[in-house]
Structure formats: C-alpha cells, structure tokens
Design a protein around this ligand. Structure first.
Ligand SMILES: CC(C)(COP(=O)(O)OP(=O)(O)OC[C@H]1O[C@@H](n2cnc3c(N)ncnc32)[C@H](O)[C@@H]1OP(=O)(O)O)[C@@H](O)C(=O)NCCC(=O)NCCS
Length: 173
C-alpha cells in the first residue's frame, strides 16, 4: 500500500539510506547521521507542497515500518513529464513488491495525473531495476556516467501510449 510519508518513517528511511549497497545501486549518497532523516522528511514535504514531486511510503501487511519509498519528480521544463525513483528495504527484495509499487505509481502518473512521459535512470549493474523498467515498457534513451561516482548509467523513458498498450494486452501488467 502506498501512502504519504510521515515523520514516523524516519528511522526506517535511515536504515534503508545507510544500506551501502542499496544506496550505491540507487545512486544515492549515504547519510552520516540520523539528522539526515529529518532533512529527508522536510524535503519530501516541501517538494510536495511546491508541486515539485510526490513521494509515497510503501507499507506491507504485517510489517510495522514503511518498507520503501517511491517518488515522481516533476520536470522543471515540461509539466507532462516526471522522473520515477524507488527504493525498497533489502529484507523485502525479490518478492515482486518493487514491481507492484512501480505499476501503481505508473497508473497514477498516466491515468490520474495524465502525464505524457515518465523517465527513469539506473546504474547498469542494477539488474532488478533494469528488469522492472523493461517489464513496464520503458525504452532506453541514453547512456551517461554519473559525475559523482563515475558509475555507468542508463536513462529510460516510457510514454503514456506505450504503457496503455502494454496494459491492454492479455498478459499486460
Ligand atoms: C530495485 C528494487 C526496488 C527492486 O525491488 P524488488 O521488489 O526486489 O523487485 P521485484 O521482486 O519486483 O523484481 C524485479 C524483477 O527483477 C528481477 N531480478 C531481481 N534481481 C535480479 C538480478 N540480480 N538479476 C536479474 N534479475 C533480477 C526479478 O526476477 C524480477 O523480474 P520478473 O518480474 O521478471 O521475475 C530493489 O532491489 C531495491 O530497492 N534496490 C536498491 C535501490 C535501487 O536500486 N533502487 C532503484 C534505483 S533505479
């Protein structure tokens, strides 16, 4: 289930953010101390209030803490385009939960927000992320090197028509 982030998500966010392998796969900096959690939450609220982004916390039945976040960050130059980002706590990897969350947010992006395109980036060694993007019809647009860590990365885009066509197929997600 997706919901708005709350202050009580800060400890679980900090635990995910300080998982070095996960942060490296996501291309995120690893925070030094828990004060980063308060900054994460404040930034998430501010970006939502300013119309820059929507971030959701992911809940899972029977799990008390949020298990991840998923975010749509709106383009500053095109109101119909947003970038997708997602991070799931390691204990929940490999059970289809990342795919479920991406599906839900793509539906919201195209059907509710009526966006025309959702973009995404992934480091080339992030096989789970690349698989999720491929499954939902994202097309590769370019390669680039992350200036902060020298990682080889790829950029992708999914147009609304392509998403709807994929979902209209009998095997579509
Ligand atoms: C990326 C992430 C969200 C994936 O979530 P998840 O719930 O584990 O993913 P799913 O279980 O939905 O699996 C996604 C697909 O990747 C495949 N996959 C998973 N690990 C894989 C691997 N090492 N090699 C190849 N395929 C892999 C799965 O089999 C699945 O494909 P399928 O649906 O065809 O079977 C999670 O691994 C994560 O949070 N990673 C760290 C942060 C991150 O990388 N964020 C994304 C930044 S772009």
């Amino acid at each position: 289930m997706l919901r708005a982030p709350s202050e009580r998500d800060i400890p679980a966010w900090f635990a995910r953010a300080t998982d070095v392998e996960s942060a490296s796969l996501a291309g995120d900096p690893v925070p030094d101390d828990m004060s980063a959690g308060a900054r994460w939450f404040a930034r998430s609220r501010r970006r939502f209030a300013d119309g820059e982004a929507i971030q959701w916390s992911m809940d899972q039945a029977g799990v008390s803490d949020a298990i991840g976040t998923i975010t749509l960050s709106f383009s500053a130059t095109d109101a119909k385009v947003a970038a997708l980002g997602f991070v799931l706590a390691r204990a929940h990897w490999g059970r289809g939960l990342g795919s479920e969350a991406v599906c839900e947010v793509l539906r919201y992006a195209f059907e509710t927000l009526a966006l025309e395109q959702v973009t995404a980036e992934a480091v080339v060694r992030n096989l789970a992320s690349l698989r999720i993007l491929a499954k939902f019809g994202f097309k590769h647009t370019e390669n680039f090197i992350d200036a902060s860590d020298g990682e080889r990365c790829e950029r992708f885009a999914l147009d609304r028509d392509a998403f709807e066509n994929l979902r209209a197929r009998p095997s579509g997600r």
